[in-house]
Write a protein that binds this ligand. Sequence first.
Ligand code: ADP
Length: 243
Amino acid sequence: MKARTLLLASFLLCSLFGSFLAAEQNILVFLGPPGAGKGTMCKKLSTVTHKPHISTGDLIREQSKAQSALSKELNSYLEQGKLVPDEVIFKMLIERVSQEDCADGFILDGFPRTLDQAKKLVSIFPDKDRLIFVNISVGDDTILERLQGRLICSDCAKSYHTSFTPPAQENQCDDCHGKLVARVDDEYTVIQKRLEVYKKEYAPIQSFLKSNYQWVDVKNHSADECYAQLVNKVNSINTEFLD
Ligand code: ADP
């Protein structure tokens, strides 16, 4: 049953992405460890380019708030720092990228996370020129420091840090006054698990993609510097991606 569902999801994903291909979308794909700043970079780029930021993590968190058997299952993956099964991810991604706003391309964050997901992605986007992979690197100490102090607005998802970027009012979002909360997976042992999963899965993804596809490496010491680097490097490949 599981295999059949996966097959169907793969088929749907191929047909759907296939149909988008005709629309000549340019797709920026962000890779990097948890806490690398993928979300921050993607949000900024999305504002500038008007292309949607699609985060598989955000899609899962949204879905996990519902009262359903699936949401319980998703919460359990999130709380343990484990990857959600492919059939769930594919279905969510299909629903999201089939929306009108993705027709001119999008910015993908959190997918692919395994070699299988990477292979799937490039098989459905055979035009290599329309894909750029952006890999953000950052040290483990920085990751721990960032994630352990991270707070997210429960209404608008804006991100804060208790020491580096605190809100004006404690536990309240500056923009929408929503309540600030820590993510369930930003707890020390779960962060360690997420890092472990990332390190195991990342090496094969990199060796598969880096030499065969358009690839940009950036270091995230500071958000402004990282953003400037990635804009320069992406533009040096093709200026249309950040139009
Ligand atoms: P981070 O990059 O900081 O770990 P995300 O918000 O991207 O955070 O992901 C949070 C969680 O959502 C992951 O730990 C995993 O459980 C799940 N997830 C997100 N994307 C995927 C994916 N492509 N495949 C499987 N699970 C995923």
